[in-house]
Ligand binder design. Structure first.
Ligand SMILES: [Zn+2]
Length: 118
């Protein structure tokens, strides 16, 4: 069985544990890639933060754009929602007015009753 020594972890492993032509074992390579990705990600984030620190107006513009976009979306959604439920909303409003009127009448009656007793 052919074996190779990994230049990273220094372990002797079967050549099947190595990618063709690589001096590091697959495990070390995987780790390296994961680390690289993490490092790269962090770096990217830092670069972005730095960039926005130097150009704060750019960040504001981005935020504003998002806000405007969201506003538009929210408005669209509200419009859609209202169109779909227009009848229900109108019905509910009508019912609510009826109830309020009735309640007001009851309150008035109660007041009259109370004043009468007195
Ligand atoms: Zn290794």
């Amino acid at each position: 069985m052919e074996t190779k020594i990994c230049t990273k972890c220094g372990e002797e492993k079967e050549s099947s544990s190595f990618s063709k032509g690589k001096k590091q074992c697959k495990l070390c390579q995987k780790e390296y890639r994961a680390n690289y990705y993490k490092l790269h990600k962090q770096e990217e984030k830092e670069n972005r933060n730095k960039y926005y620190k130097i150009h704060p107006e750019k960040l504001k513009a981005v935020n504003k754009n998002n806000y405007e976009k969201n506003k538009e979306e929210r408005r669209e959604y509200a419009k859609k929602y209202y169109n779909i439920n227009a009848d229900t909303i109108k019905e509910t409003r009508k019912k609510n007015t009826k109830i309020t009127r009735k309640t007001k009448l009851n309150i008035q009656k109660n007041i009259e009753k109370n004043t009468h007793i007195k």
